[in-house]
Design a binder for this molecule. Structure first.
Ligand SMILES: Cc1cc2nc3c(=O)[nH]c(=O)nc-3n(C[C@H](O)[C@H](O)[C@H](O)COP(=O)(O)OP(=O)(O)OC[C@H]3O[C@@H](n4cnc5c(N)ncnc54)[C@H](O)[C@@H]3O)c2cc1C
Length: 489
């Protein structure tokens, strides 16, 4: 299968030497060829709700705050630019025209977009090529996340949950068999991925208050005297992005029998609902409860999941039994970083709406863009986006570099970036809400009606101050990490 981003990634000798590659190789004009290929087939009209395309507020080729990235000393070498351009064009043509419809209908465009994103190669940016991924780093992952979120923040959120929260955790902690069984399907977009950590009573204090429990059970084999082991899962998870559609989920549970002294133990499981015992007869004990109706991010489906005596084979454990807290914590830094590119895309989308509007809207006999106060607003929006983008990609590059360093020094350096990943998403999330408010203000009455997307951008932006950890918890983490540096010196 032709997968444009994979094709691009393969042009680099390895994901580790993209800069070397840039210096020593001249890329052909690959992104044009990619665009032609990706756009050659029209989107399938696979279900009735998928209506006519709507307005797109940017031209698909340029953006208004890229200079920090495209500068020769910036984060983007030629390969990354080509990757970003390919995703940008895809998002412009196949996602942005449907953003308002996805929001209004609150429907997840699985059939319309997921196989397409798989074909593009975007669903497994950091997964290994052996399992259908691109084998690239967090910088590239952020670029894809930003461009999709610019076109539709809710598609971006579902994309982040699929490609980072689920795919990346399986890539990092899965066995060869687990990876082979699920990653190619997730990377092709045949399957949708999710991560289930939060519970109705366990959000910020997710480990301290977790009630979902897995207990080990021994079962005698019907054919031999051998005894095998399985896990029985009971409990519920709340606010799970992609939950209603998920074919593969990373699920965390308390495993009390593995507690060490008074230290509670957790285990991560790879759950594939269709493969569960009794799934065919609808008696697996796995239930998608209510889909949640949200303020924003509509169309990125969120739900409660229930587990009632769900039987999992021993091979469903992700990582080691009792090491679930490690699996969970080790994924949070990259989760914060990759998701922080979501608010970047929203801020860019705000500029995409406001800039043409202020040039066209006339008051007092001239375009409102000529009014000094309106120009000041543009300046604030631009400065906020540019500095957020520079911060994000600086941390992404640093994380990618540390990931490549093996041994203790790499691990130690990675650890120091925890506060930076938290700082990036803290800032980007709060700034995106502010920039969306400025977009509404710049549009006046039109900012307050659904015919323009500014209100949707505000509703979508607010999620990033709550989901993947709240602003308060991020501040606590950053403050604690910083204080540790002086306390221990
Ligand atoms: C749209 C959406 C998608 C989500 N997707 C997923 C998903 O895919 N998977 C998943 O596992 N979870 C998901 N979540 C859950 C998300 O991670 C939690 O909502 C988040 O961690 C906050 O938990 P909570 O909602 O229980 O709030 P609470 O923890 O109850 O917090 C309520 C308030 O108290 C504050 N607070 C809590 N503790 C402290 C403290 N120590 N000091 C100061 N203030 C504090 C919080 O900041 C917040 O303002 C999603 C949530 C949403 C809304």
């Amino acid at each position: 299968m032709w997968r444009p981003l994979l094709h691009l990634a393969r042009r680099a000798p390895s994901a580790h030497s993209l800069n070397h590659y840039l210096v020593h190789t001249r890329l052909p004009r690959s992104s044009l060829a990619l665009r032609r290929r990706v756009h050659s087939e029209p989107l399938a009209e696979t279900s009735a709700w998928w209506g006519a395309p709507g307005t797109v507020y940017y031209d698909g080729a340029s953006t208004h705050a890229d200079s920090i990235l495209t500068h020769e000393h910036g984060a983007l070498d030629e390969t990354r630019r080509a990757l970003r351009d390919a995703v940008r064009r895809f998002a412009h043509d196949h996602v942005a025209p449907y953003a308002a419809l996805i929001d209004a209908s609150n429907r997840f465009p699985r059939e319309q977009l997921w196989p397409r994103l798989g074909e593009l190669g975007a669903l497994g940016v950091t997964a290994s090529p052996e399992h259908g991924g691109l084998g690239l780093g967090y910088t590239e992952h952020c670029l894809v996340m930003e461009e999709l979120s610019r076109a539709s923040a809710s598609v971006g959120l579902s994309y982040g949950a699929h490609s980072n929260l689920c795919v990346q955790q399986i890539e990092r902690h899965g066995t060869a068999e687990q990876k082979q069984a699920v990653l190619p399907r997730l990377c092709r977009g045949e399957w949708v991925g999710a991560l289930a950590m939060s519970e109705t009573g366990a959000g910020s204090d997710v480990l301290g208050s977790m009630r979902t429990v897995a207990r080990r059970e021994r079962v005698a084999s019907a054919t031999a005297s051998a005894v095998s082991e399985r896990w029985v899962l009971n409990g519920g998870k709340m606010w799970i992005t992609n939950g209603p559609d998920a074919d593969a989920l990373v699920v965390y549970a308390r495993t009390p029998e593995l507690d060490m002294a008074d230290k509670p133990a957790f285990t991560a499981f790879l759950v594939c609902p269709r493969a569960l015992d009794g799934a065919d007869a609808g008696r697996s004990g796995y239930r998608v409860a209510q889909k949640l109706h949200k303020l924003g991010m509509r169309g990125s489906n969120t739900c409660e999941l229930l587990f009632e005596d769900v039987r999992l084979p021993a091979s469903a454990v992700l990582g080691e039994p009792g090491r679930g807290a490690h699996v969970l914590m080790s994924g949070l830094d990259s989760e914060r970083l990759v998701l922080s590119a979501g608010p970047l895309g929203i801020m860019q989308a705000c500029l995409d709406v406001v800039l043409p509007y202020v040039a066209q809207r006339q008051q007092f006999g001239r375009p409102i863009g000529e009014l000094p106060l309106m120009q000041a607003k543009l300046a604030d929006m631009y400065a906020t986006l540019s500095s957020s983008r520079a911060h994000t990609y600086t941390v992404a590059l640093a994380l990618d570099t540390a990931m490549r360093e093996s041994g203790a020094s790499g691990a130690a350096r990675l650890r120091t970036y925890r506060r930076d990943c938290a700082a990036v998403i803290l800032q980007n999330a709060e700034r995106a809400t502010q920039v969306a408010l400025q977009a509404i203000q710049a549009l006046g009455g039109n900012g307050y009606v659904d015919e323009y997307p500014a209100g949707r951008l505000l509703r979508d932006a607010k999620l990033y101050e709550i989901g993947a950890g709240t602003s308060e918890v991020r501040r606590i983490l950053i403050g604690r990490e910083l204080y540790e540096t002086v306390r221990s010196s």
